[in-house]
Ligand binder design. Structure first.
Ligand SMILES: NC(=O)c1ccc[n+]([C@@H]2O[C@H](COP(=O)([O-])OP(=O)(O)OC[C@H]3O[C@@H](n4cnc5c(N)ncnc54)[C@H](OP(=O)(O)O)[C@@H]3O)[C@@H](O)[C@H]2O)c1
Length: 246
């Protein structure tokens, strides 16, 4: 039902998975008009086509809502797919917390901005533009460690907390847009451990064969998305399409 979109928006397009998804959408959906959002300039594959189709914005800031809405209003059509890749696990000064005493307000709030508000603001920008007849597939890249039901190990407080909050946002959006639109599917998806800047500091501990290239993860994600139906809405999905408990 959502197999061949006419228009696709990818946010966080400058990240490892974002760039790979841009390339893979180009391969699988050559007819789709591709829109990108990033804090940086357009991904290199898009430079020629980028005029008017790329927005450079800090999605985590509140003013992004209006900027993105104006960007979407300027487009010939609204995106039928939205894939939001924004997320943060560490920076130069912060690593994931192993225990409660390593938690700080500052890093938790930064994590909420990077993992939750970047998705909330994009939804707030798009929501008022949607009308009942618009088909919409929304996929937020989340993480299995954001599942409360699946949490066996603890730790990684700020990342887990902010991804769990993102998961609740996705569930709420699935309900609200499911009521408003004739045809929608809103999911969170775990891409699998992928070789990007986000996973770099932790790759030594990953079992052989369990660290996937961005291209392979992008292929898997799009394989799942192309098979989704409105009845799949409101789920957290593994990269092979299996349902992960919230
Ligand atoms: N890699 C993995 O193993 C793995 C595993 C599980 C889940 N994930 C999830 O998959 C998604 C993509 O991750 P990735 O591996 O591609 O990581 P990445 O290369 O670090 O890319 C993440 C992108 O998120 C955007 N971003 C981060 N903080 C932001 C902020 N405060 N405001 C606005 N945008 C921000 C940036 O996009 P721009 O540069 O375009 O602005 C950044 O490049 C994330 O949500 C991550 O949590 C990844």
């Amino acid at each position: 039902m959502f197999e061949q979109p006419n228009s696709v928006l990818i946010a966080g397009a400058g990240g490892g998975l974002g760039q790979a998804l841009v390339a893979e959408v180009g391969r699988r959906c050559p007819q789709a008009r591709l829109l990108t959002i990033s804090r940086s300039q357009p991904p290199s594959q898009l430079l020629q086509a980028a005029a008017n189709r790329h927005l450079c914005v800090q999605l985590g800031r509140p003013e992004a809502v209006q900027q993105v809405r104006e960007f979407l209003r300027r487009q010939a059509q609204l995106p039928e797919w939205v894939i939001n890749c924004c997320g943060i696990l560490h920076d130069g000064d912060h690593a994931p917390e192993k225990s409660l005493d390593q938690c700080s307000d500052e890093w938790l709030l930064t994590s909420m901005r990077g993992n939750l508000l970047t998705h909330l603001h994009l939804a707030q920008a798009l929501g008022p533009l949607l009308s009942r007849g618009n088909p919409l597939l929304w996929a937020s890249l989340s993480a299995k460690v954001g599942s409360i039901g699946d949490n066996q190990m603890g730790g990684w407080y700020s990342y887990r907390i902010s991804k769990a909050a993102l998961n609740m946002l996705v569930k709420n959006l699935a309900i609200e847009w499911g009521r408003r639109l004739d045809s929608s599917c809103v999911v969170a998806i775990h891409p699998g451990t992928t070789d990007t800047d986000l996973s770099k500091p932790f790759q030594k501990r990953i079992a052989p064969g369990k660290l996937y290239s961005p291209q392979l993860s992008a292929e898997r994600i799009l394989e799942v998305l192309q098979g989704l139906k409105p009845s799949d809405s409101g789920r957290l999905l593994f990269w092979d399409g299996q349902v992960i408990p919230w």
